[in-house]
Design a protein around this ligand. Sequence first.
Ligand SMILES: [Zn+2]
Ligand SMILES: [Zn+2]
Length: 115
Amino acid sequence: MSTETPHHTVTARFEDGRHVEALSTMTCTAPADALCHAVWDCDCEAWDLPRVEDGRPVHMSMYGGEHTGQLDPEFCNLREWFDNSDETLNGEITFPVTPEWTGDGYLFNAAQDTP
Ligand SMILES: [Zn+2]
Ligand SMILES: [Zn+2]
């Protein structure tokens, strides 16, 4: 899983010169059959060997047997977690900025480095 192309991107937002984590958003571009779209029929809080089988998410229950659910391409478990938890960002990024003179100082606008 870790060698796949990342399917989740975070858009960082800045306000008053500071990164505001609560305003940052995650975008999910994972394919429709990705496990992050799993909506489980059960209430398990932990599970083993989650996978997609015949278009349905399946996991092993800790109490034996298998549980299933549905795939909802509009829903993303990772995005839910990102939006509803604190301190979910780690690491650093380098991004270009364009200076803008505002009359009494510079404002540095974050620029997209996509061509
Ligand atoms: Zn379960
Ligand atoms: Zn996702």
